[in-house]
Ligand binder design. Structure first.
Ligand code: PLP
Length: 388
């Protein structure tokens, strides 16, 4: 019997799915089953073959559900490694174009010394197709590697990937998609979507932390320089014994996420209405977005303060841009959208697969109180002649 997923504290309302989704019980069960196998998938004896069979089952599921060939599904430790592997593997001999609002896994994932060209976004957070085409059309000795995320982790904004893929095909560019926040939430298809490669991550689906995959286009095994050679696993593309329990959990989580999609839109709309009524700005609110993600800015109130106050009331949410030290940095995503003045005042609310309507109601009430407190504080300061 797997332990039930921990929600951190008995009273906590978890609305931070884009940081990590709660573990799905079915994924926990798959992990325990895989962990019970003694063999190493690379061993030739019976126990090894059993582990190998489970690994290949997981690979087949992930590849089939994301329109890839199992021969070109490379397991990694997560989304960061999948993105970095793609950037290192495809960068040689190419110029690298990266969206301004990409995750740091991509923004900082290129090989040392590689010169990046930035792709600007519009005020809604979508990549500027006119500038992308201009950049691709500019005569250059090298073909392009274009790196864009399907869905933004801070705002949920979706890039117009079909148009991006058409442009990449027209100009002979390799399109690498960071699908970490998209898989399980919107349709993601490697070949049909026109991608050369796609990165995904198990823990953003309700699987465990510690597994991800890089999908490469093509039916024949595609060579890719590894980040570490090791024992030559994954057809020489990623050395190291595969994390079988985590991979099995990721595959099960993917199946569940796709077979029983959550209907987040009504809850998100309810939450955003309450936030707007309280004076918040929904960043990226006009663009096509993930249905589970709201980026809410309260002018005049720092994100760190909002997070602390909400945490005290038992709500787990994030600032748009929290670095690994836990400190809240100003959001490069909002800055790229021209929302510099809101960039330090926005929090991200992201609904998990198992959110309950009552969670959203309680959050809406707490947020309204937070905003009302700000208004009182602001008028007191204004009376005193100070600045908020
Ligand atoms: N790409 C995006 C868009 C993400 O949101 C994240 C994690 O937040 C990553 C990549 C990195 O994924 P992982 O945590 O699995 O390394």
């Amino acid at each position: 019997m797997p332990p039930s997923p921990d929600d951190g504290a008995a009273h906590a309302v978890y609305l931070d799915a884009n940081a990590t989704e709660p573990l799905r019980p079915s994924a926990a069960t798959a992990m325990l089953e895989a962990a019970a196998l003694a063999g190493n998938p690379s061993s030739v004896h019976a126990q090894g073959r059993k582990a190998r069979a489970l690994l290949e089952d997981a690979r087949a599921v992930i590849a089939r559900r994301l329109d890839a060939d199992p021969l070109n599904c490379v397991f990694t430790s997560g989304g960061t490694e999948a993105n970095v592997l793609a950037l290192h593997g495809f960068a040689p001999g190419r110029r690298i174009l990266v969206g301004r609002t990409e995750h740091d896994a991509v923004r900082r994932g290129a090989p040392e010394g590689a010169a990046l060209e930035w792709l600007e976004v519009d005020a809604s957070g979508q990549v500027r197709l006119d500038l992308l085409e201009e950049t691709l059309a500019r005569p250059h000795a090298l073909p392009a590697l274009v790196c864009l995320m399907l869905a933004n982790n801070e705002t949920g904004v979706l890039h117009p990937m079909a148009e991006v893929a058409r442009l990449c095909a027209r100009y002979g560019a390799h399109l690498h998609g960071d699908a970490v926040q998209a898989v399980g939430r919107i349709d993601v298809a490697l070949h049909a979507g026109g991608f050369g490669s796609l990165a995904c991550s198990g823990h953003k689906l309700g699987g465990p932390k510690g597994a991800g995959a890089l999908l490469l286009a093509g039916p024949a095994p595609r060579a890719l320089a590894p980040l570490f050679v090791g024992g030559g696993q994954e057809q020489g593309r990623r050395g190291g014994t595969q994390a079988l329990p985590a991979i099995a959990g990721m595959a099960r989580a993917l199946e569940e996420a796709l077979d029983t999609p959550a209907d987040h839109a009504p809850l998100r709309d309810r939450l955003e209405q309450a936030a707007r009524d309280a004076g918040a700005v929904v960043c990226g609110g006009a663009a096509p977005r993930l249905a589970n993600t709201s980026c809410l800015a309260l002018p005049g109130l720092r994100a760190q303060g909002q997070l602390m106050r909400l945490d005290l009331e038992g709500f787990c949410v994030s600032a748009g841009s929290a670095c690994s030290s836990g400190k809240v940095a100003s959001s490069h995503v909002l800055e790229a959208m021209g929302l510099e003045e809101l960039a330090g005042q926005a929090i991200r609310v992201s609904l998990p697969w198992n959110v309950r309507p009552g969670d959203v109601e309680r959050f809406a009430a707490a947020y309204t109180r937070l905003a009302a407190g700000r208004a009182q504080g602001a008028s007191a300061v204004a009376v005193a002649g100070g600045l908020v």
